[in-house]
Design a protein around this ligand. Structure first.
Ligand code: URA
Length: 212
C-alpha cells in the first residue's frame, strides 16, 4: 500500500509489539491504558525529531561547554476527547513542560460527522509546536475538524499522532491537511459500515475507560 508522503508508519519493533497487545481483545482495560500511554511516548518521540534546538552555555563538573537544548516555547499536546487522553499521557511523559489543550468532538453515529462540544487551547498556540492525539484515524472526520479548529485558533506547526489509521482516513486527512504530518503505528485496509477500523482494535474509548 503506497501512502501519501505526510503519513509516517512507525515500524519500530516495540511499537508493533505493543500494538498487537492493544489489538488483542483479551487485553484488560488496565493494560490497554498502560500500552496506549507507552505507544503515545514512542510515537511522540518520532514526531518530535525536528524540534528546533539552540546551544546554551553550561558548566559540566569538568569544564564549560555549549550544549543543545530545545528552543522556544514548549509543545502543546492536544488530545481529542475522550480516547485521545490515553495517548496524550505518553507525550506528556516525554515533554512534561508541555501545555495541554483539549478538543471535544463526538461522532454522530448516523452521519459519522464530527460534532464539536468543547475547545480549550493556550492563547499563544501560534508560537508553539502542536501535537494532536487521537488513537483512531478512521473516517478522519474528527481529525480534520480538530485540525481545522486549531488552524482557526492560530496554530501553524501541527502534527497528528494516532495508533491506527484506515487507508481511507489517512488519504482523506492527507488531502485536506497535507501540511500536517501523521505518525501512526499501523494503517489498516478497511473501515466497516459503522466507521470502525477493520481489523482494528475496537472502540478505543470504551477499552481505555472500561465503559460499554
Ligand atoms: N473509533 C474507535 O474507537 N475505533 C474505531 O475503529 C474507529 C473509530
Amino acid at each position: 500500500m503506497s501512502l501519501p508522503h505526510s503519513i509516517h508508519v512507525v515500524t519500530h519493533p516495540l511499537v508493533q509489539h505493543k500494538l498487537t497487545k492493544l489489538r488483542d481483545k483479551a487485553t484488560s482495560s488496565t493494560n490497554f491504558r498502560r500500552l496506549l500511554r507507552e505507544i503515545g511516548l514512542l510515537l511522540g518521540y518520532d514526531a518530535t525529531r525536528d524540534l528546533a534546538m539552540v546551544d546554551v552555555r553550561i558548566e559540566t563538573p569538568i569544564e564549560a561547554m555549549d550544549a543543545p537544548m530545545l528552543d522556544g516555547k514548549k509543545l502543546v499536546v492536544v488530545p481529542i476527547l475522550r480516547a485521545g487522553l490515553g495517548l496524550a499521557e505518553g507525550v506528556i511523559d516525554l515533554v512534561p513542560l508541555a501545555r495541554v489543550g483539549h478538543v471535544g468532538l463526538y461522532r454522530d453515529p448516523r452521519t459519522l460527522q464530527a460534532v464539536e462540544y468543547y475547545l480549550k487551547l493556550p492563547q499563544d498556540i501560534s508560537d508553539r509546536d502542536v501535537i494532536v492525539c487521537d488513537p483512531m484515524l478512521a473516517t478522519a472526520h474528527s481529525a480534520i475538524a480538530a485540525v481545522d479548529r486549531l488552524k482557526e485558533s492560530g496554530a501553524r506547526r501541527i502534527k497528528f499522532i494516532c495508533v491506527l489509521g484506515s487507508e481511507q482516513g489517512a488519504r482523506t486527512f492527507a488531502e485536506v491537511h497535507p501540511d500536517v504530518p501523521v505518525f501512526a503505528a499501523a494503517i489498516d485496509a478497511k473501515l466497516n459500515d459503522h466507521g470502525y477500523i477493520v481489523p482494528g482494535l475496537g472502540d478505543a474509548g470504551d477499552r481505555l475507560f472500561g465503559t460499554k
